[in-house]
Ligand binder design. Structure first.
Ligand code: PGA
Length: 252
């Protein structure tokens, strides 16, 4: 399916950044969002401490607030963890699951990511499921094999296009300033689209596939206009409203 037929999503992953004072920067995102109405959707995933505040500020703006991770269970004895229900209760509409930093720092497996995505669905949240190869895997030409296995293992059955977003994030491109060539991005996104269509039939054609990894205003035009790239998951550049909006501006 051509990228143009889906409303693109530009999601900012703030990671472990943001204090109460960051509301000023977020207010700038909200101020810029109106220009994108009907053309692209914006999402900001701040640390969990800011979700309720940001969700309140974002009400009526069309900007969605997302979490960066959730536990698979709705509640229980899991010190320090946050459930999908808690994110929804705080005003989130989505949650990132299976980010490579979670897969690496917290040894999250595909099965765990799948359980988290299922928890997101249970709580009424959209799950942004991240996949992507490491540098050595790309060099060994195993990218499609790795991404295919991650998709197979991390995605719950029966997902709808409203519930699920995929983020293709080559691990070596995250925070490095490096990006794959447009041809490489096109190859992986076409592969993911095919897998989604095979598995989810009609819904598979409507699930958005984001590209993530060193997206900036300077490369957004090149990366986000590739076929089957339906938006971006942005880390570092999402912390500055001008950069984040500068990326989304390609859809204006
Ligand atoms: P980056 O991070 O934009 O800083 O490379 C992307 C991500 O980790 O989602």
């Amino acid at each position: 399916m051509a990228a143009g037929s889906l409303i693109p999503l530009v999601a900012g992953n703030w990671k472990m950044n943001g204090l109460a004072a960051s509301r000023t920067e977020f207010a700038k995102v909200l101020a810029g969002a109106a220009e994108l109405t009907g053309k692209a959707e914006l999402m900001v995933c701040p640390p969990v401490t800011l979700i309720r505040d940001f969700a309140g500020a974002a009400r009526g703006s069309g900007v969605t607030i997302g979490g960066q991770d959730c536990h698979a269970d709705p509640s229980g004895a899991h010190t320090g963890d946050i459930s999908a229900e808690m994110l929804a209760d705080a005003g989130a509409g989505a949650v990132i699951v299976g980010h490579s930093e979670r897969r690496t720092d917290h040894q999250e497996t595909d099965a765990m990511v799948r359980a988290k995505a299922q928890a997101a669905f249970r709580a009424g949240l959209t799950a942004i499921v991240c996949v992507g190869e490491q540098r050595g895997q790309r060099e060994a030409r195993k990218t499609l094999e790795v991404v295919g296995a991650q998709l197979q293992g991390s995605l719950p059955d029966g997902a709808t296009a409203a519930q699920l977003v995929i983020a293709y994030e080559p691990v070596w491109a995250i925070g490095s300033g490096l990006t794959p060539t447009p041809a490489d991005v096109a190859e992986v996104h076409a592969f993911i689209r095919k897998r989604l269509s095979d598995r989810f039939s009609a819904a598979g054609g409507r699930i958005r596939i984001l590209y993530g990894g060193s997206v900036k205003p300077a490369n957004a035009g090149e990366l986000l206009t590739i076929s089957d790239v339906n938006g971006a998951l942005v880390g570092g550049a999402s912390l500055k409203a001008t950069d984040f909006l500068g990326i989304a501006a390609i859809y204006r």
